[in-house]
Design a protein. Structure first.
Lengths: 165, 165
DNA sequence: GCTTGATATTTTAAGCTTGAAACTTTTTCC
DNA sequence: GGAAAAAGTTTCAAGCTTAAAATATCAAGC
């Protein structure tokens, strides 16, 4: 599979162009700006954090609750991490935690009604912020960007990090 | 400037489409995957971290050194944060810190020769990793993605976070 | 039934990140 | 020259993140 082989210099293995690095830096910059902005607004206006929002969002999609392990896999974070975030949500009364009736090792986490309300509020604000941040792009450009990010996703999936054979 | 005004529902101000949210989630996903991969490889193969690499990169561009404040502004992180990262680099012998001769409040941080060598090694690996991760995209697509991210950058700059007037 | 290994979770140590408070030095303004 | 304000930096508390070690439970095989 050789869609577009990287063009290399004759010397020392450095790529001839800086396209990739510039692209990565711009991608990182855009994401960082958006993420910091969302984080800041959550903190300032709702006394909330992005990781807690992520957990609430995952639980909102699972009315019957999720195990800690399922949460960890869904959010792509370590299980130890989930433990801390869920404990904070427990203190705030936004989630309930029960031991699974079928597996004594597993805990099942569930939104409380307060958690549902809280998430609904956060979610609406979050949606509006994203819309506003992207409002300066035409729908055509947004869709084109979405598609190209799909191509990037594929490229990332193809890169295994192995040394060249 | 009205490239393509957002299409809104008649009711409750919610946008009619989910283009923006889907785009944001995909953007975040791609960046997170790349960032975690780089972070992991730095840790596994070089006993380094991404924040330290960022500081080294900024200092590498400033042969005469930078103040802590300049570093903080260049990297878009808090000054307290820079303090911690620079202290770690000091312990490793990669940077030197001196009080500014013209301003007793300011510290000037500079790479040591070891720091320069270390950064050169990290930088080359970093470059190769990025190239490999993006190698699955055609040059045309990479450039198109770069341009669209430029449009996103502009859109972000236009969003002030103010309430609608 | 009991041992062995696998699985689910928590704990711990180390590091990054921020915002606010504290400290030092410089600048400004009488 | 001296007081007050401003600026550069560090310290501190709180929270997120990970990997690795420790706990507890389940499952398989004998």
């Amino acid at each position: 599979m050789t869609g577009a082989p990287a063009i290399r210099e004759k010397h020392d293995g450095a790529l001839a162009d800086r396209t990739s690095i510039r692209l990565w830096l711009r991608l990182l910059s855009c994401t960082t700006v958006m993420e910091k902005r969302i984080r800041r607004r959550f903190a300032d206006r709702y006394d909330a954090t992005l990781p807690r929002f992520d957990v609430l969002a995952a639980l909102d999609r699972a009315p019957d609750g999720m195990t800690m392990g399922a949460l960890s896999r869904a959010l792509l974070v370590s299980s130890g991490n989930v433990t801390g975030v869920v404990q904070a949500l427990l203190r705030d009364g936004y989630v309930l935690m029960t031991t699974s009736p079928t597996d004594g090792r597993a805990s099942i986490v569930r939104l409380t009604p307060e958690g549902q309300d809280h998430f609904a509020e956060l979610s609406e604000a979050h949606h509006e912020w994203i819309d506003a941040m992207l409002a300066g792009m035409s729908r055509h450009d947004r869709e084109a960007l979405y598609e190209l990010l799909g191509a990037l996703k594929l490229s990332l999936a193809a890169d295994t990090g192995e040394e060249k054979p």
